[in-house]
Structures are given as C-alpha cells and as structure tokens.
Ligand binder design. Sequence first.
Ligand SMILES: [Zn+2]
Ligand SMILES: [Zn+2]
Length: 282
Amino acid sequence: MRLIPAFLLFLPQFVFAWGANGHRIVAQICYDNLNPTARERVDAALGDNYLAQVSTWPDYVRAESGWDFASPWHYMTVQPGQTVADVVHETAADPGIFDVQEAIAFMSSVLRGDEAARTRLTELMEKNGADPLAGSLDATALAFLVHFIADVHMPLHVGKNRDLGGNRITVLYFGDRYNLHSVWDTQIIEQERLSFTEFAAFVSMHTRDRKADWAAAPPQEWMRESVDLRELIYNTLYDRTDRESGLPDFGYDYQHDYLPIVEDRLGAAGYRAAAVLNAIFG
Ligand SMILES: [Zn+2]
Ligand SMILES: [Zn+2]
C-alpha cells in the first residue's frame, strides 16, 4: 500500500473553491481591466486592501459559523440531463439565494445600490452574527462578487451532486493522492510554481485576443461552458486509469493538456468580472 505523506492527512477533506492563487489571478485580471471610474469605486470600497487580497476572503470566512448561510453560494448543481436554464430555485414566493448563480445576481444588485438587496444582505449578516469585510457592505459584496464569478468558471463548481463536484473522486497527480476537485482548484495552478501576478500576466498575454468575446457572454453561458468542460474532465478519467492502483493517474501529459483550459477559465472569469463591475460602476 502507498504511504500517504503526513501533511496530506491534515488537509481538509473537502475544499470547494479555486485555491487562493486561482482567486487572486482572477481578481488581478479583473482589476487590470477596470475602467477608471470602476477602479476608483473599487479602491474607495476596499480602502487599504487590494482586490486580489480580498478575493480569497469569502473562503476564509467559511470557517466562521456566522457565515455558514453563505456556503451554498460558492457552487451550483446541474445534474446530467439538466441544462443551466433548468436550474431555478428562487421564486417570487421564496426569494432565497440558493446557489452561485443567484449569489452573483444578488451581489451585483447590492453593488448597484438596490436598496432591497442592500437591506437584505445587512439583515442576513446581522441575523447570523456574520461580520462584513472591513466593516463595509460594499467591500463585502465586491469580494463576494469577484470570488463567485471565479468559482463558477471552475468547471467542477457547476457539479453533479453525486460526487460533490469531484471531491469524492480520488486521483493520482504526480504520484500523490488528491481528490479530482482539488487538482482542478489548486494543483494544476500550483504546479507552475508562479506567483499570482506572474500567472495573471501569462494568462492575460495568452488570452487577450478573446477578451471581448468572453466579456460579452451572459452569465448562463459561463455556467454552460463549465458544464461542457466538466464532462470533458470526467471523460478523461477512464482513459488515464492506472492498471495497478485502479486510480486515474495524472502527470506531465495531463498538466500539458489541461493547463490551457485552466488559463482560459481564469482569463474568462477575470475579464467578465471586470465587465460586470464596469457596467455597475461605469
Ligand atoms: Zn469559493
Ligand atoms: Zn473548489
């Protein structure tokens, strides 16, 4: 039996987000593509914090029980045979915020100055004892919005619920055991050994000719793309299964094939987050 390195035993079992650097890369590309008015508004809302810095805050507060109510906002479920358009939770009779699609719309409304949405977020935080980021409703909504636009571009965040978006699928990645979700959230990015600003610069260079097309696509298209990529990711598992361990075995060839997809998703998320903020603040 393979010995599992000790540090792996202490990793949280399920992680539901691009790793910290994935979020920072998206936020950096977003910030670089803001128009001057939007950039001023973002700077004013964040005070002494960088957008890339606060983009990981929604994951950090998941450890605080006050923010438990926001946990379902990081992902959505689209079952096989369903389309993104089929997934509708919120109705006039039950105006909750049930998944990342609805959370993106909600945070956009808060930033747009919609009084009902602002009151609702304030009340949700007060009722649950959840502290806003930097004591500010705008900073909180901004961090959430940029974070959630990134999350929904991670193909396994538009998941099938049976395996919790790949969290229950064990794979080998460069010889170590990970769950499939964390390979896509974190490992493919970390394997490049780049800082988030270096990574953001490379992604921006590689994807700049597609910026306008991506930015023009509506939110349901972002999720539909994730579903298509998710199916591609699942289809690779069988062909790469190692005979001896019975586990999908990913190494340099996997990294080579799928790093461009990860780059595309980070780029698309960054440009789209910028387009959303430019439209809200511009
Ligand atoms: Zn998240
Ligand atoms: Zn994740």
